[in-house]
Design a binder for this molecule. Structure first.
Ligand SMILES: [Zn+2]
Length: 256
């Protein structure tokens, strides 16, 4: 057992007893951890308001090497990513990003860069004019890239044949990439995607969010949202829970 310090973003907070909670937090140094926060439910408890969903806090916790829960001993609120600055759509988008980290990363697997992306996205979501759909798309692309799910584009995801440039490609959800003409015959779960959308996907992968937000609106964003919505649902084995609260996702048919 060792005591660790880190910045952390609260992904989930579940009541454990009359006075305690179990929190899932995404730490900058050690990735996702689940910890018991004794006294967290007491109004003047040791954690005050620092363990609300989407809070950024500096935490101290005792990291257990076994499967048992870590023990949170301190949490000092640094920033609260919700409240008056957030519209309902921006708040739900923030919850969606937290859900992606919670469901797609493993406990104790550090992803410092992804932590930075999550923090940036939550900061941007608090800006009045931000396009929540664009922020969601940016984060989805970063998490897929970081966790090794980045799709195959240059060659067929099934047989490896180099692909010619085409106005429209066929993306195999099960294969995780674009398919050549012979391989797409008879395949299930194939989505048409335009070359403009594929170019935008690469731009989102290689740009920072502030850079993208200075660009005019991208008409291909809804197309990419639908594609990645289906791809992420396939990776998780079900659509993310927050899809039902986000208008762009509720328009997507056949997510599983
Ligand atoms: Zn092929």
């Amino acid at each position: 057992m060792s005591s660790e310090k880190s910045a952390a973003i609260v992904l989930k907070n579940v009541d454990f007893s009359e006075t305690s909670s179990i929190v899932t937090i995404f730490t900058e140094e050690l990735g996702k951890i689940q910890a018991l926060a004794k006294g967290a439910r007491r109004p003047k408890g040791p954690f005050a308001n620092s363990l609300c969903l989407l809070s950024l806090a500096n935490v101290v916790f005792i990291h257990k090497s076994s499967d048992s829960l870590d023990l949170l001993t301190e949490a000092k609120l640094e920033r609260y990513f919700r409240g008056a600055d957030f519209s309902l759509l921006q708040l739900y988008t923030g919850y969606y990003l937290a859900e992606l980290v919670q469901t797609m990363t493993d406990n104790g697997d550090p992803h410092k860069e992804l932590f930075g992306h999550l923090r940036t996205c939550l900061e941007v979501l608090g800006c009045q004019k931000c396009d929540a759909s664009q922020v969601a798309l940016y984060f989805e692309i970063q998490i897929l890239d970081e966790l090794g799910y980045w799709p195959v584009w240059e060659s067929c995801a099934s047989c490896g044949t180099p692909l010619p440039d085409e106005d429209r490609s066929m993306f195999g959800i099960l294969e995780g990439g674009v398919l050549c003409a012979p391989c797409r015959v008879g395949r299930r779960n194939v989505v048409k995607v335009s070359s403009a959308a594929l170019s935008l996907l690469k731009l989102f992968q290689n740009s920072t969010l502030p850079e993208l937000l200075r660009c005019p609106e991208f008409p291909e964003v809804p197309e990419l949202r639908r594609l990645l919505g289906r791809y992420i649902s396939h990776i998780l084995g079900r659509p993310p829970r927050m899809f039902q609260y986000l208008p762009l996702f509720t328009q997507i048919k056949d997510l599983s």
